[in-house]
Design a protein around this ligand. Structure first.
Ligand code: ASP
Ligand code: MG
Length: 402
């Protein structure tokens, strides 16, 4: 007998038919003799609709009341699913986040889970019940309802799986796994059977919107085996777990991020403290800097180029211009028509020639590289945004079409 946590996203529980489909998946696992905990998101666009409703009443409601409101979305799903499972004749109980013992810090709307006291879930499982838990919500030390930030139900599922020491945490969603590239862009991209936590984290932060990043970090920390799987096709999905006995692939995927901007600060004085002054101005405004490049100093001057999220471009430009005199640079250019394309793979570090192969693919496609950055398991290039589709296709073809 195994203990399985199954999480279903908003599209998987969007209507009556789909709720019965989820009930069928959960009860099938139960019939096979497993203990089953199900974590649900709010149906379809419910969370967005609730946010819109609140805005009609008050454009600046307190975060505490927002969390009370938003937590109701998941409670609708959990009770409807429990009713469907009852109708199918199985023992079941639904629990809110606080009934399930999901304790968070005090930060309304972006709360972090501190621990899950899973006694109630355990005792319900011992009574042979299927246990349904509302995702995305918990309780803080003031006994107030909190929510975990958008997409947070994945994290609820992983936290519960960790605290119950579950054998598997399945994340059911509307995609059937993690692909070597976005299948809408690259039709011959294929589904990966397994991927490491680190690869998944890189792919997620590079724009492959499959799992909530915090859920993957938590799965890695507590060694929870994850599976991303489609509630519609029910085909085997992609396992996310530690890499030891997995086939070590050079490159497991190509990701692309069009939402970045490149800032070039031209001719700064070449003296100690300059980079510190530039980047502390940005960090004070919580602007995340990614790739950084500094030119070789010449005639007591140097240039610094870096990338930031596109949404921060205006603010970054403003603050740098305001400080032009005291930073002492000559010119500033901000370009939002750039994209970052990356390859990710845990086996990359131990394989020579991966970077050359990527650059060769770009060269053959006639694409100019503006910046390059590398880590143990990732190589990113910055290119013109208009080339990004072509770049992903060319790189994917180079690595995966054998
Ligand atoms: N319902 C919440 C949201 O839409 C949480 C989730 O779906 O995971 O963000
Ligand atoms: Mg989600």
């Amino acid at each position: 007998m195994s203990l399985i946590v199954q999480k279903f996203g908003g599209t998987s529980v969007a209507n009556t038919e789909r709720i019965f489909n989820v009930a069928d998946i959960a009860t099938s696992a139960y019939k096979e003799g497993n203990q089953v905990v199900v974590v649900v998101s709010a149906q379809g666009d419910t969370t967005d609709d609730l946010i819109a409703k609140a805005a009609e009443i008050n454009d600046r409601p307190s975060k505490r009341e927002m969390d009370v409101l938003l937590s109701t979305g998941e409670m609708i799903s959990m009770s409807l699913l429990a009713m469907a499972i009852q109708k199918m004749g199985y023992p079941v109980i639904s629990l809110t986040g606080w009934q399930a013992g999901v304790e968070t810090d005090i930060n309304y709307s972006e709360a972090r889970i501190r621990k899950v006291t899973a006694e109630r879930i355990r005792s319900e499982l011992d009574r042979n019940r299927i246990v349904i838990v509302a995702g995305f919500q918990g309780i803080n030390k003031q006994d107030d309802i909190t929510t975990l930030g958008r997409g947070g139900s994945d994290t609820t599922a992983v936290a519960i799986a960790a605290s119950l020491d579950a054998d598997l945490c399945q994340i059911y969603t509307d995609v059937d796994g993690v692909y070597t590239a976005d299948p809408r862009l690259v039709p011959d991209a294929h589904k990966l059977s397994a991927i490491t936590y680190d690869e998944m984290l890189e792919l997620a932060s590079l724009g492959a919107q499959v799992l909530h990043n915090r859920s993957v970090e938590m799965a890695k920390k507590y060694n929870v085996d994850l599976e991303v799987i489609s509630s519609f096709t029910r085909n085997p999905g992609t396992k996310v777990k530690e890499g030891s006995n997995m086939e070590k692939m050079n490159v497991s995927g190509v990701a692309r991020d069009n939402n970045c901007a490149r800032v070039a600060i031209i001719n700064l004085p070449d003296e100690p403290g300059v980079a510190f002054r530039v980047f502390s101005l940005l960090s004070k405004r919580k602007i995340n800097v990614d790739i950084i490049l500094q030119s070789v100093g010449q005639d007591h001057h140097k240039s610094i180029t870096f990338t930031i999220p596109e949404s921060c471009a205006e603010e970054a430009e403003k603050v740098l211009r305001e400080n032009q005199e005291n930073l002492g640079f000559e010119d500033l250019s901000v370009n939002t028509a750039v994209a970052k394309v990356s390859i990710v793979g845990a086996g990359m570090a131990s394989n020579a020639g991966v970077a050359a192969k990527m650059f060769e693919a770009l060269a053959s496609a006639g694409i100019n590289i503006r910046m390059i950055s590398t880590s143990e398991i990732k190589i990113s290039v910055l290119i013109n945004e208009e080339d990004s589709d072509k770049a992903v296709k060319a790189i994917h073809a180079k690595f995966f079409n054998v």
